[in-house]
Design a protein around this ligand. Structure first.
Ligand SMILES: *Cc1c(COP(=O)(O)O)cnc(C)c1O
Length: 414
């Protein structure tokens, strides 16, 4: 038993060494000079945004990416200085914070640019005013600062919707929008990007769709260049395209899931090895629980809500203090297994909010408070990965990882 004081039996181990190894492996995999933007959105896919962002920067990440302004502020408050991209549109009331915390938004239409421009101008003016109305002693220095603030332009990345149907402008509108940004008093074009909808698939349809998107994006970038505007940092590929289409790496790539040790859909480790472009990443998170009680069960006794399972013979039921509020999926009752020692044991009956029950059979060699693993890397003792759970639940590793609850303490393993 190795339990820290004040810890629940349920927690998540974050093997930060694996995360760092993954960042380094990605850095080695991409072409020299290609920048890396590490996606730490959704609390770094459940792994803890600040520790992961710091580790990513330490291992050579050039940019970080978040999905909400709040996620960006969290990084800035942790003294992280790396450039931060905001991948989703935000609300007008959040825009002042983009300036305050230096978070770079994606833009894709005239209206949003207009909202942003007003917010940026207001934020710059506030800085200018602070410089001119302050006390005498500081005013000269502040006025200078304010002048710099006013002269400085706020960079945005022009997103092109080449087929994802989410964020960005139509490829044919890119040049006009780039012009609109370039002629703005307070904005400038820091980059151009797109996002692939089916780069994680290998079917003929997926491949031709991705290729069409790539071609449309390249045409949009070319049209911006042709109108005399520098596109800035050009980026398109998330994990899947990064690995499967090295020729689409452009100036920067935006890996997410592979940082955390999982492969996107069909672009698996096996597939990459067969293609002779291997990239090996290792899972980072282990979801750990423990046996809070060992209950000798007589044949016929029922388990959990609805008593959907009854013991067909005498057995030992272990109570696990982990439920769907911790990240188990309720729909996995009936198929979920946990690792205890070197064996897998089935969960019985319905998964409750905070607990579930495991059938330990004779429970030979198993003691109360023993560790039980839901998923994780090999070194955690887990026999299953988030991919195994995802396959079983008809979802993807992304969802299994981001569903791990807020109350599950993350413990960083060096
Ligand atoms: C989430 C996201 C990524 C990272 O995706 P992965 O599949 O996890 O690599 C990259 N770019 C954008 C725009 C995203 O939303």
């Amino acid at each position: 038993m190795n339990i820290m004081s004040g810890m629940r039996l349920t927690f998540a181990e974050i093997y930060i060494k694996n995360f760092e190894a993954n960042v380094k492996a990605i850095k080695k995999f991409v072409k020299p000079g290609v920048k890396i933007c590490c996606s730490v959105k959704a609390d770094a896919y459940g792994h803890g945004a600040v520790p992961c962002a710091k580790a990513a920067v330490k291992c050579g990440a050039d940019f970080l990416a978040v999905a909400t302004v709040g996620e960006g502020i969290e990084l800035r408050e942790a003294k992280i200085k790396a450039p931060i991209l905001l991948l989703s549109y935000c609300s007008p009331s959040e825009m002042a914070d983009l300036v305050k915390y230096n978070i770079t938004p994606f833009v894709g239409d005239e209206e949003y640019i207009g909202f942003l421009e007003r917010a940026v101008q207001k934020a710059f003016k506030a800085k200018t005013a602070a410089g001119t109305t302050d006390g005498k002693a500081k005013s000269a220095a502040n006025a200078k600062l304010a002048k710099n603030a006013a002269a400085k332009k706020f960079a945005v990345h022009l997103a092109v919707d080449s087929g994802m149907g989410r964020v960005g402008c139509l490829p044919e509108d890119a040049a006009a929008l780039a012009k609109r940004i370039a002629s703005s008093k307070c904005l400038c074009l820091g980059g151009m990007c797109t996002h692939f909808a089916s780069a994680d698939g290998t079917s003929a349809r997926d491949r031709s769709y991705a290729k069409k998107q790539r071609d449309a994006f390249v045409a949009a970038v070319e049209s911006v260049k042709a109108s005399g505007i520098k596109p800035g940092i050009v980026h398109a590929s998330a994990s899947a395209a990064l690995m499967d289409k090295p020729e689409w790496q452009f100036d920067m790539v935006r890996p997410g899931i592979i940082l955390y040790g999982y492969y996107p859909d069909k672009i698996t480790q096996k597939y990459l090895r067969a293609k002779k472009t291997p990239l090996v990443v290792k899972p980072v998170m282990a979801l750990v629980t423990g046996i809070s009680a060992l209950r000798p069960f007589k044949k016929g006794m029922g388990v959990s809500y609805g008593s959907t399972w009854t013991a067909a013979k005498d057995t030992t039921i272990g109570v696990l203090p982990i439920g769907y509020a911790d990240g188990l999926l309720r729909r996995q009752a009936g198929s979920l297994k946990v690792s205890v020692g070197k064996k897998l044991y089935p969960i019985r009956g319905r998964i409750c909010m905070d607990q579930c029950m495991v059938d330990l059979g004779s429970a030979k060699g198993i003691k109360r408070f023993d560790r039980a693993l839901v998923f994780g890397p090999k070194e955690s003792g887990a026999l299953l990965t988030a991919d195994d759970l995802a396959r079983d639940a008809g979802t993807i590793s992304y969802e299994i990882l981001t569903c791990v609850g807020k109350r599950v303490q993350r413990v960083y393993i060096k």
